[in-house]
Design a protein around this ligand. Structure first.
Ligand code: AR6
Length: 178
């Protein structure tokens, strides 16, 4: 684990479902009805209450699905967090299809929503860098730029990397603290 920005940013390797934070961000897909990766883990550990809440959002707010770059909130079910914030990152299509902007938006909308909910801490996985194929190295400066925008708004922004390789790569390339 490494603390940056006077301890306001925590970078760690591990499973996000075990992390203590007011809000945990889920790298979901537009259906909001579950999937693999971190999405699968969050629903598995958080339990059926989360899926139930996602279904309600589909029935009311987003009948066609949640567009990439947007974020919604549900209960965190059995997770220790207060909320799960579901966002949809971009699917990588070569890098010239607005992928960077959509990734920035996914992080930014999640942070905005958490702030509106009164959260003091928020934990993120590496959105879009798994099944969705966004190159991890390219995501690092983007994530750092949004985190910088919000660093003074939260007590703690936690970046959780599942693999030690991603954790090490992030620390090598991060632009939060030089
Ligand atoms: N804790 C933290 N990070 C995790 C965990 C975990 N428990 N499990 C996986 N990761 P992905 P995406 C990492 O594929 O690329 C789903 O099926 C993983 O190693 O979960 O945004 C959704 O339903 C990777 O670094 O999300 C969508 O269909 C990162 O989380 C699609 O995948 C993101 O990988 C979204 O793809």
């Amino acid at each position: 684990m490494k603390r940056l920005c006077d301890g306001r940013v925590v970078v760690m390797q591990g499973d996000i479902t075990t992390v203590e934070a007011d809000a945990i961000v889920n790298a979901a897909n537009s259906t909001l009805l579950g999937g693999g990766g971190v999405d699968g883990a969050i629903h598995r550990v958080g339990g059926p209450e989360i899926l139930e809440a996602c279904r309600k959002i589909r029935e009311t707010e987003w009948p066609e699905g949640l567009p990439p770059g947007r974020a919604v909130v549900t209960t965190a079910g059995r997770l220790s967090a207060k909320y799960v914030i579901h966002t949809v990152g971009p699917i990588w299509r070569g890098g010239n299809h607005g992928e960077d902007e959509t990734l920035l938006s996914a992080y930014r909308e999640s942070l905005k929503l958490a702030y509106k909910l009164g959260c003091k801490s928020i934990a993120f996985p590496a959105i879009s860098t798994g099944v969705y194929g966004f190159p991890f190295e390219r995501s690092v400066p983007l994530v750092c730029s949004v985190v910088k925008e919000y660093v003074s708004v939260f007590e703690k922004i936690i970046l959780v990397f599942f693999s030690s390789r991603d954790y090490e790569t992030f620390l090598l390339l991060q632009t939060l603290e030089r």
